[in-house]
Design a protein around this ligand. Structure first.
Ligand SMILES: NCCC[C@H](NC(=O)CCC(=O)O)C(=O)O
Ligand SMILES: NC(=O)OP(=O)(O)O
Length: 311
């Protein structure tokens, strides 16, 4: 593995999921990463990704350097050929070449701006890192995808032993407009398995066809939840009316009554979660969310191990 920015960076997603679960079973420390440095660059906040990736790198014997680039570093310019006499102070091509000189592997987190779909869906920031980095790059969540999360989610589902589950990806309310990255990425990975998948969301919240091709799409949450084995919940804003949050009439919060419609289904969410908005306390307190968060460590370790083996 060279870069890890989407499911397309692995030849065999199922084998990678197995590797994650094997690392969890046998978590003895490795020396594979001794003398190697992982650089983690954050344009946006993080709790799980930052700590689990740092822990994974430490399990492999790597050194880790971390930077919150907004505020702590210079203002970055992304456009080529700009006369930089305004507020930006350092060009992305200079910053990335310098950072990659200090690292053997680099990770970057960059959220969608939700202003211009082209800019987000062309992954402008991530691709600038890939273009200018001299070392392998791991996405720590990009504008449109969150592969480490999705790998974790598949491992968490696989771990339960149900190889042909009914999986429902349900939209849920949120006070802010959020990216489509987690939902897109979950669909990209779950559709590579034998799961029977349904996406349910209010009208106006359709995801890009690229991710829902071949997936059942519904606008009726209660019907969709019937007999579900896993209820993966996430808010996202509109793709068609890019970055907008069209009005929603019904109550889409996942509560205990809705979970009773499922096949004793397990609630999943990537976290952080707005309690009693996305789902009620009772649902979250009886869910897989902490297993998912724990599995982030082994997902990151599997990815870093595969990258280190090819350095
Ligand atoms: N990395 C996991 C999700 C990150 C982001 N959530 C958020 O920004 C939540 C922020 C809030 O609750 O205000 C998202 O939806 O893509
Ligand atoms: N799930 C996840 O990526 O969490 P953080 O945003 O806290 O890293």
């Amino acid at each position: 593995m060279t870069n890890f920015t989407s499911i397309h960076d692995t030849d065999n997603p199922q084998a990678l999921v197995q590797q994650v679960l094997e690392l969890k079973q046998n978590s003895s420390p490795s020396t594979l990463g001794m003398g190697k440095t992982l650089g983690l660059i954050f344009f946006n906040p993080s709790l799980r990704t930052r700590l689990s990736t740092q822990k994974a790198a430490t399990n492999l014997g790597m050194n880790v350097i971390v930077m919150n680039i907004n505020g702590d570093a210079w203002n970055i310019e992304f456009e080529d050929g700009t006369v930089m006499n305004g507020s930006t102070q350092e060009h992305i091509k200079d910053a990335v070449q310098v950072i990659s000189g200090y690292c053997d592997v680099m990770g970057v987190r960059t959220f969608a701006k939700l202003e211009d779909p082209q800019e987000d869906y062309q992954e402008k920031v991530l691709n600038n890192f890939i273009k200018h980095s001299s070392v392998p790059l791991v996405s720590l969540e990009s504008a449109t995808l969150h592969p480490l999360q999705s790998l974790t989610d598949l491992a968490t589902i696989t771990e339960t032993g149900n190889s042909t589950p009914k999986v429902v990806l349900s939209w849920a309310p949120h006070p802010k407009k959020l990216p489509q990255a987690v939902a897109n990425s979950f669909l990209q990975w779950i559709t590579a398995t034998d799961a029977q998948t349904t996406v349910v969301h209010p009208k106006g919240y359709e995801l890009s066809d690229e991710f829902t091709d071949g997936v059942e799409v519904s606008h009726d949450q209660e019907t969709a939840l019937k007999d579900a084995d896993f209820v993966y919940t996430k808010n996202w804003c509109s793709y068609a009316q890019y970055g907008q949050t069209p009005p929603v009439e019904k109550d889409w919060t996942i509560n205990q009554q809705k979970m009773k419609l499922t096949n004793n289904g397990k609630f999943m969410h990537c976290l952080p979660i707005r309690r009693n908005v996305v789902a009620t306390d009772e649902v979250i307190d009886n869910s897989l969310v902490y297993e998912q968060a724990k599995n982030r460590e082994y997902a990151a370790q599997a990815v870093l191990q595969n990258i280190l083996e090819e350095l």
